[in-house]
Each structure stands twice: as C-alpha cells, then as structure tokens.
Design a binder for this molecule. Structure first.
Ligand code: PLP
Length: 454
C-alpha cells in the first residue's frame, strides 16, 4: 500500500493549489483544511481516522447515507453501458427517459416535464430564462421582474446569487442582475418582535403584494422562495405564510417558484416542501437529494401550464448544459429515489424518526444558550442567544456560532453555523440511537460553548 503523505503536507498542497468555495482562502492556508477520507452510513471519517456523525448530510444532500451499494452499482453499470450522451437536438437515452417518468410520478400532479441541469444554481438560472421566455411568448415581454427574499439562497451562479438575498454575495461581482427585487423573509424569531407568529407570517407575505403594486403588475413575472430557507438559517415560516403567498400570486397572475433544492425528495416529510407547507408552485428547482450527492444532477420541474406555453415558442428553447441529463447522474437519481421509496424513508420521517428527532431536539430549548429550537421533518436549527427571554442577538454576530460549530466538530458531530444559528439536517436513515447521540452531544457542545463565551 502506498504511504499516505503526512497531514500537514496534504494541507499545504491543498492550500497551494486548491481555491476553495465559501472559504477564507488566506486563513485556510494558515490553519489547514480538514481532510475527509471516507464515509459510511451517517458517518464520515477524516484522514486521521476520527469518526464524525454527519448532521448536515454533506451539504444537505446525502439523504440515503454514504456508501450505498445500489447507487454505486447503478452508476457503474450505466457508465459501462453509455458513459455519456447528450440530450440536445432531440436525442435521448434510457436513464433520462426512466428518471423523467419517475419524477412525474412522485411530484405534485401539475408536473409532468423536467429540464435537467448539473446543480441547483443552474436550475435557478434555467428558471430565470424559462419565466421570462414564458411571459414573452404570452405577449408580455415586459414582465421581467422576479421577486425573491432577503437572506434567501438560490445558488452561486450570477443568476442564482442574484435571486438569492445574501448581501455578502451581492457585494462580490456587482450583483444582483437587473430585474430582481427582494422582500423580507418570514423569520419570526429574528425579525418578528412581539408580533404573533401567524400575524407576522401574513404581514411579511403581504410585502409581496406591496412590491407587485409598486413595481407594476404588468412588470412582475414571478416570485421565488425556498419552502424552508436552508442556508439562511433553517427558517421555518409560520403556517400562515405560504397560503398567503399563493393567494397573492394567484390574484396577480404571477408565477410561483419553489426552490426545493434542499426540501425536495423528503426532507420535510413529503416528497416536496410545497406539499408540507400547502402551496402549488408552477416551477420547482431541485438538485442535492435527488441523487443523494452520488452524482451531480439537478433540474427544473415544469408544470403543464408553463410547459404548454414554452412548447409554443415556435423556435428552439435556446438553453442547455453539456451535462443536462447526464446518463450517470440519471442512473444515480433513479437508484436513489428507489431507495427512498423501497425503504419508505419519507413515511419514516413523517411518522417515526422525524417526530422522534423533533421531540428530542425541542428539549434543547431549555438550555440557557438556546433562544429557540425548531425543526420540521429532519431539518432544524438552534438559535443561540446571550439573553433568550428577549431573543437577543450576540453583540458580535457569528462568533458564538463559530465556537459552537468547532466544538461540535471536535466532539464528533457536524452541525453548521449560520451566524449564531446552529443547523442540523441528518441523513434520512439516521437511527434512534444516533438521534440520542446527536442530542446528547449537542447539549454538551452548548455547555462548552457557554463556558467559552464567559
Ligand atoms: N437553492 C438552494 C435552496 C440551495 O440550498 C442551494 C445550495 O445549497 C442551491 C440552490 C444551489 O445549489 P448548487 O450548490 O447545487 O448549485
């Protein structure tokens, strides 16, 4: 067996040659990366052999857990059969046909067509072009504006980052592009003050109505939102929010887009988050858990209403990616969706492991450092606060979150920090014992974080 180079040498090589996403690359060169070597079930193992429970399912995507033979075999078989062919210029292949039919079967009834991408960002870029082409085809080319939310996340491409409302992303590269407008997010814990959460949900949703009237109904094309904002801090909207958004979209005839890149494929206890929150989108962006990360694949579910118009443009739809419907990506997605179906993982999230984790997670709400513990399905957050009665933020936003995240990692549990909000989204196969480990470890981590903050 060849000798593995020393950790510090690997770190130096990595820092010298690898420009990392969402990382301070200068700092990274000083402290070195964590190098992950292998993974199995819900656990990842670093190069030094430490076992860590992946409470974030990679980047929210490894739904069925690591090292699933069925998916790996399906990919391998597909690569032998047909490693690559494209779906441009009216060609297709078996895995694309099978996956498209399967997606139509599991998605809400208005969806029967799918456009493939390699990522969630590309899915949202595709949506911008689809929405604007939809309105142009209907004779309303001035309907260009897409309304999103501050602190929403829709990806890192120019289009995706523009739709998103991350100001720190807009600050790099001159974003957003024109024709994108943002309204407030339904973040009751952080922005709801003394207002009743349901009244807050309605009020924030009505900002959409105000924006439509200010911009002009004839200029607004669509509204986009994540059913639950993930990267923004697992912001679970009040129940009143999405039905009110739906009402407004219907009233003004604007398209409703669900970015299901995190919520899709079971995370909230239904195939799609829109089903959990009771709304009916016209377009759905998906990626991540469609293949549990075994291959990069994403796409856009296109409702009959939108597809019928796009079918009538009288020209090619001039958009596509070399890897749209990549055969190995489709094979991975089919095998992954079959696992979710055969192992009844969504039913498990709805009736068994979901309620169990939600109950146990809620217990952490009694910790002096925790202002709120929230969870839906298997996606949740802990709001850290120096004064939980007032839901007060820390004076230096983000430092408590970083401390907590690092202690958690060193304690064998991955939680992610957004500002001072700790996020959890474990694989769907997480066991009851593993949930107990998560909650016990999180409590120890909170205790140690509180000590460090003193
Ligand atoms: N949309 C949402 C809601 C996401 O969470 C993400 C990624 O985290 C994206 C879009 C972008 O997906 P990708 O990183 O695959 O481009």
């Amino acid at each position: 067996m060849s000798q593995v180079p020393a950790l510090s040498l690997l770190q130096q090589t990595d820092a010298r040659h690898h420009f990392h996403p969402f990382s301070d690359n200068h700092e990274l060169a000083q402290i070195g990366t964590r190098i992950i070597d292998r993974a199995e079930g819900v656990y990842i193992y670093d190069i030094e052999g430490n076992r860590i429970l992946d409470g974030m399912s990679g980047l929210w995507n490894v739904a069925v857990g690591y090292d699933r033979k069925e998916i790996i075999d399906a990919i391998t078989k597909q690569l032998h059969q047909l490693a690559y062919y494209n779906t441009f210029f009216k060609t297709s292949h078996m895995p694309a046909i099978e996956l498209s039919e399967l997606l139509a079967e599991i998605s809400p009834p208005q969806f029967n067509r799918v456009f493939y991408t390699s990522s969630g960002s590309e899915a949202n870029d595709t949506i911008i072009r689809m929405v604007r082409t939809y309105w142009a085809t209907k004779g309303a080319p001035e309907r260009q504006v897409i309304i999103g939310r501050w602190n929403g996340y829709h990806g890192s491409t120019i289009g995706g980052a523009s739709l998103g409302g991350m100001k720190y992303m807009h600050a790099q590269g001159g974003l957003p592009i024109s024709g994108i407008h943002h309204i407030d997010q339904p973040y009751w814990y952080g922005e709801g003050g003394d207002e009743d959460p349901e009244a807050f949900g309605i009020r924030v949703a009505r900002q959409l109505e105000t924006a439509i009237l200010e911009i002009g109904v004839d200029k607004v094309a669509a509204f986009i939102g994540e059913p639950v904002q993930g990267a923004g801090g697992v912001i679970i909207p009040p129940k009143s929010y999405w039905p009110e958004i739906q009402r407004i979209c219907n009233q003004y005839g604007i398209l409703l887009i669900a970015d299901e890149v995190i919520c899709g494929f079971g995370r909230t206890g239904n195939w799609f988050g829109c089903q959990t929150f009771g709304f009916e989108p016209d377009l759905i962006a998906f990626a991540k858990a469609v293949s549990s990360g075994y291959q990069p694949i994403g796409g856009v579910l296109v409702s009959d209403k939108v597809a019928d118009v796009l079918d009538s443009i009288g020209d090619d739809f001039n958009h596509g990616y070399t890897n749209s419907a990549h055969p190995a990506g489709c094979a991975a997605a089919i095998a992954n969706i079959r696992i979710i179906q055969n192992e009844k993982l969504i039913e498990r999230i709805r009736d068994d492991i979901g309620p169990y984790l939600q109950t146990r997670w809620a217990e952490l709400g009694d910790h002096p450092l925790v202002g709120e513990a929230r969870m839906v399905g298997l996606i949740g957050a802990l709001e850290l606060s120096p004064d939980k009665a007032r839901r007060a933020p820390f004076a230096k936003v983000g430092s408590a979150g970083m401390i907590c995240r690092d202690i958690s990692f060193a304690s064998g549990l991955i939680m992610r920090a957004t500002r001072d909000t700790m996020l959890l989204a474990p694989p769907f196969i997480v066991s009851h014992d593993e949930v107990d480990f998560i909650v016990k470890t999180a409590r120890d981590v909170l205790d140690r974080t509180a000590l460090e903050l003193k």
